[in-house]
Design a protein around this ligand. Sequence first.
Ligand code: SAM
Length: 216
Amino acid sequence: MEDSYRHKGMRRQLLKIIREKGIKDERVLAAIGKIPRHFFFENALVEHAYQDKAFPIGEGQTISQPYTVAFQSELLQIKPGDKVLEIGTGSGYQAIVLLELGADVYTIEYQKKLYEYTRFFLPDMGYNAHFFQGDGSLGLPKHAPYDKIIVTAGAPTVPDALIDQLKVNGCLVIPVGNAKTQQMLRLTRLEGNKLRKEVFHDFKFVPLLGADGWKQ
Ligand code: SAM
């Protein structure tokens, strides 16, 4: 698939939309402006790639809405070299945004088929992350601690394991709520096992499954 002037033009329009919705971080905007989101879509569906909408990717899952990806990425305040754990690899689009921001990305996906697809698709696009399959509601203790953790599925509560796997001054960005709507939270781990909690507006995610997520 090519990345034509037309696609680039559609991406500029998308950037305009997410700027108007309040995204200010120029590095995040540059990453979204660079990544050909239509590469994640079948030919017949390419028109949908630059709408500010989530879209089905199979296995009942979605590629997140660009505004949501930008919002979570902005909250993470990624510094080059940050070790970041992403729960919910899905299409891999969010992982690429994190890579563009200079993060060393560890990403875990629950659905085997999505994991198998994305772990080859991203390197084909020239992006390398560390891919894992399993239950990310328990984090990825083997490679902890992390500077930042992002959860891209809606959780019923904040899993303790994710807080435990953060470095001091590290933060977790996670949508928490019921099946219909979730509030975006940023939890920063401070010295002496203290937590700072910040609450942002509501989003709608597919459910976080697994031991510390929603039971199937
Ligand atoms: N970051 C993804 C992207 O850019 O396409 C978003 C994908 S979707 C909104 C959320 C993903 O979380 C789905 O692929 C789903 O299978 C995955 N998921 C749900 N529960 C999970 C869990 N316990 N561990 C890992 N992944 C999980």
